[in-house]
Design a protein around this ligand. Structure first.
Ligand code: PXG
Length: 458
């Protein structure tokens, strides 16, 4: 049963101000204002407590890949809750849903992946990866390999290790991060950082920073490199085509483990099962979460290649790591049902060959708008760079106000988008159909027009 309280919006908001601390929110400003209360959802639409309908251009938080209201997932949860709501996978024990999910993940991922380590979230998956890669090198007789290289403006979660791997300075400032032995290199963000280089040249330049950092630290001191195939929270930064092959070659050359953070890119977002498939990356480890269960229940995993898993299994004894909810049977049952649903509806093929290309084409049309400096997209993920005079890097000062303005107009127009700085981000449910894509694009255009008019830009 859902909440049965018949509260007014004002009553919910009062409860919020009194008792609820929001993640990643300006708490001072929210406490002086009011939160939005979302009460129900269906397909790609949400409704708030005043019964306003909102088109969700963001799939919740990059996660509701199969859309809201999927009874298959609700039934899977209810049945599993009744049969076995919880048991752990410590003490030589397992449950059928976790085993089935591990098998499904091995089937949909690249051939080197046959093992999963389950977590409750993407952050926990990345924390697991930090410990696992160090453990691996210890077992391989190279205990000096403790350093992990990540990128500026990456997002890898909010736990101590996740936030440390991430390259968000404003997060590092709160809480004395990063933890030791984590290093950050340049991100492959051509639009802002590419200067006069072509995208191809810049991709190689950004990859070369990895080699420089490995040489600076000493190759026998580097455990792993981690990157999102496409940086999500950082602004849907799609690397030039030259980037990942070069990174892959550098990791191979120095035997540095390659970790793909697939928390956003996984499960169809880029038109393949994983972003690594789209970009030709052959990782040793992948972090997954979000779309694995379409966000219906919290679950994440580390997909572990045979090379790493066999070392843990054959040489390792106990890996002293795990969570109460590792392989939670209800979460696993829902994730397994979600993957089966993705198969049944042919959603990957649809994103690759039908709705994805349509979304990309429609988003590209917004590239003509006076506010838009660049429109970029892959599969069902995209971004618009808002700039002052359409020339590259003519960023607004201060950065961020235009993005917030446009996002607020979108919301008032009934469309949920996310802004990072002045970059508008799109990550709709993969089930969004063409008329709904049209609706998203026209509401975006209207919001861009309103934002431009407010700032006197024609
Ligand atoms: N890796 C990536 C690539 C992510 O996007 C995480 C790890 C962490 O997952 P959990 O499940 O621990 O949140 C994420 C999460 C935003 C935003 O503002 C993005 C995320 C989380 C919160 C906000 O875009 N991504």
């Amino acid at each position: 049963m859902a909440s049965s309280r018949q509260y007014s919006t004002a009553q919910w908001q009062a409860l919020d101000r009194s008792h609820f601390l929001h993640p990643f929110t300006d708490l001072t400003r929210l406490n002086a204002g009011a939160s939005r209360i979302i009460t129900r959802a269906e397909g790609v639409y949400l409704w708030d407590s005043d019964d306003n309908r909102l088109l969700d251009g963001f799939a919740g938080l990059w996660c509701v890949n199969m859309g809201y209201g999927r009874s298959e997932l609700a039934v899977a949860a209810a049945e599993q809750m009744q049969q076995l709501p919880y048991y752990n996978s410590f003490f030589n024990t397992a449950t059928p849903p976790a085993l089935e999910l591990a098998e499904l993940l091995a089937e949909v991922s690249a051939p080197q992946f046959n093992y999963s380590f389950f977590t409750g979230s993407g952050s926990e998956a990345n924390d697991t990866i930090v410990r696992m890669v160090r453990r691996f090198w210890d077992l391989e007789g190279q205990p000096g390999r403790v350093n992990i290289i990540a990128r500026h403006n990456a997002y890898h979660g909010s736990t101590m290790a996740g936030a440390s791997l991430g390259g968000m300075d404003y997060m590092h400032k709160q809480g004395g991060l990063p933890i030791p032995n984590i290093h950050h290199i340049m991100q492959p963000y051509w639009y802002e950082l590419g200067g006069d280089l072509s995208p191809g040249e810049f991709g190689l330049r950004a990859a070369a920073e990895l080699e420089n950092k490995i040489l600076e630290l000493g190759p026998d001191k580097v455990a792993a490199f981690i990157g999102e195939p496409i940086q999500g929270a950082g602004g849907v930064i799609i690397p030039p085509a030259s980037y990942w092959p070069a990174v892959q070659a550098i990791c191979k050359k120095y035997d540095v483990l390659l970790v793909a953070d697939e928390v956003i890119c996984g499960f169809g977002r880029t038109g393949r099962w994983f972003g690594s498939d789209t970009f030709g990356i052959e990782p040793d480890l992948m972090a997954v979460a979000k779309g694995m269960s379409s966000g219906y229940l919290p679950i994440g995993a580390v997909l572990v290649s045979d090379r790493v898993a066999h070392s843990l299994i054959k040489k390792g004894g106990e890996f002293a790591h795990g969570y109460t909810y590792s392989g939670h049977p209800v979460c696993a049952a829902v994730a397994a049902a979600n993957i089966r649903l993705m198969h049944r509806e042919g959603i990957i093929d649809r994103v690759a060959n039908d709705t994805g290309p349509y979304f990309q084409q429609r988003l590209a049309e917004l590239g003509e708008h006076p506010l838009v400096g660049e429109a970029r997209s892959v599969g069902m993920i995209g971004a618009l760079e808002l700039v002052a005079d359409k020339s590259r890097r003519s960023f607004f000062q201060p950065r961020g106000d235009m993005g917030s303005l446009c996002r607020d107009y979108a919301l008032a127009n009934g469309l949920i988008l996310r802004a990072t700085r002045d970059t508008m981000l799109f990550s709709p449910s993969l089930v969004m159909d063409k008329p709904q894509i049209d609706e998203m694009i026209s509401l975006t255009r209207l919001s861009l027009d309103q934002a431009a008019a407010t700032k006197g830009i024609a």
